[in-house]
Ligand binder design. Structure first.
Ligand code: NAD
Ligand code: UFG
Length: 338
């Protein structure tokens, strides 16, 4: 049983790859390298000692997908491949609908053709829109405030229709909260191109002196210190969530299940800055800047359903998230200067 990881060389996909390989699970990564680098495969091989097949291809290319699924005897897919920059999705919506929605349709068609009807999909807490209550459970109404979020919602709805039409499908929709942190080896982590949109990679680059200071987007929210509160989850806890979800859908009804992957704990932007400084003994200069369009004050999960149904809870704390993020940034700096 080989598992295909679309987007397997990206940030989350590479950590799930490392976790699966550590259990001896055969995988194949399928990625067009639009936001990643093939050298991730060398580092995955160094971490795990396993050989890691990579097919460089686009999920919108159904023939390439079918070929890879046949060549590698794929029985299940974890689908990370997608574009994820909210601002870019507002500026270039067609690119997002084409890549994310069109790409997922092409993927499920290829899976159906190859008789591989087990799918784990990377969704996002963004599908909850403006929170109507907290913590966010899976029954919270869904909505979207930008094209990126709308692609996630459309894909969730498409997958629900597919599962309803053919109960042979086994589908898990995983709604991630805010993944941060890196593998303990420091060899894989989050390394976005250009200036990071997300908080943690911005903080690590300020700590490394690659960026001068952090802009804290708003200090006048209705939160304990006025800055935005999020549910940061260690990427290795997130990876464990994929393994148990895949196992669970293989065994039980119904054809489609949806789980939040979060910790249930919210931290503010300033909590994150202070924790990073304390854990790593570095200083993060920051200034208070205007609010960022589209941001909500607070967003954190109820992880109860995943705990109850999957027996999964996040175990790594904020200190581990900050330490591993910084280790990855330092390892990256050493690699770049070598
Ligand atoms: P990432 O950009 O690091 O990884 C995505 C990978 O998909 C990249 O390697 C990219 O090259 C590849 N890809 C994109 N389009 C492709 C295509 N058409 N064909 C083949 N490969 C393609 O992003 P990530 O942070 O690892 O996110 C993975 C998934 O999780 C995405 O679907 C994202 O929307 C979702 N997600 C991420 C977050 C987060 O904060 N990182 C939060 C919620 C949901
Ligand atoms: N922030 C700053 N300065 C920065 C970057 C972020 O103050 O330079 C603040 C934001 O305003 C927010 C918090 O840090 O309060 C977290 O922001 P991120 O951009 O890291 O994360 P978001 O919660 O905005 O969004 C992330 C992903 C989305 C996903 C969402 C929910 O980017 O794709 O989590 O899972 F939908």
């Amino acid at each position: 049983m080989t598992i295909m990881l679309t987007g397997g060389t990206g940030y989350i996909g590479s950590h799930v790859a490392a976790t699966l390989l550590s259990t001896g699970q055969p995988i194949v990564c399928f990625d067009n390298l639009a936001n990643s680098d093939a050298s991730v495969i060398d580092r995955l091989e160094a971490i795990t000692g396993a050989s890691v097949p990579l097919v460089v291809g686009d999920i919108r290319d159904g023939q390439a997908l079918r070929q890879a699924m046949t060549d590698h005897a794929v029985t299940a897919v974890i689908h990370f491949a997608g574009l994820k920059a909210v601002g870019e999705s507002v500026a270039e919506p067609m690119k997002y609908y084409n890549n994310n929605v069109g790409g997922t349709l092409s993927l499920v068609e290829a899976m159906a053709d190859c008789g591989a009807k087990t799918l784990v999909f990377s969704s996002s807490a963004t599908v909850y829109g403006q929170p109507q209550y907290l913590p966010l459970d899976e029954d919270h109404p869904t909505s979207a405030t930008n094209p990126y979020g709308r692609t996630k919602l459309m894909i969730e709805e498409m997958l629900a229709d597919i599962a309803a039409a053919d109960p042979a499908w086994r589908i898990a929709i995983l709604r991630y909260f805010n993944p941060v942190g890196a593998h303990d080896s420091g060899l894989i982590g989050e390394n976005p191109n250009g200036i990071p949109n997300n908080l943690m990679p911005f903080i690590t680059r300020v700590a490394a002196g690659r960026l001068a200071e952090l802009s804290v987007f708003g200090a006048d929210y209705d939160t304990p210190d006025g800055t935005g509160v999020r549910d940061y989850i260690h990427v290795l806890d997130l990876a464990d969530g994929h393994v148990v979800a895949l196992d669970a859908i293989g065994q039980a009804e119904p054809a489609l299940s949806t789980w939040n992957l979060g910790t249930g704990q919210g931290y503010s932007v300033l909590d994150m800055v202070k924790a990073f400084e304390r854990v790593n003994g570095v200083s993060i200069p920051y200034r208070i800047a205007p609010r960022r369009d589209g941001d909500v004050a607070s967003c954190y999960a109820s992880p109860e359903r995943a705990a109850r149904e999957l027996g999964w809870t996040a175990s790594r704390d904020l200190d581990a998230m900050c330490a591993s993020s910084w280790r990855f940034e330092q390892t990256l700096a050493m690699r770049n200067s070598a």
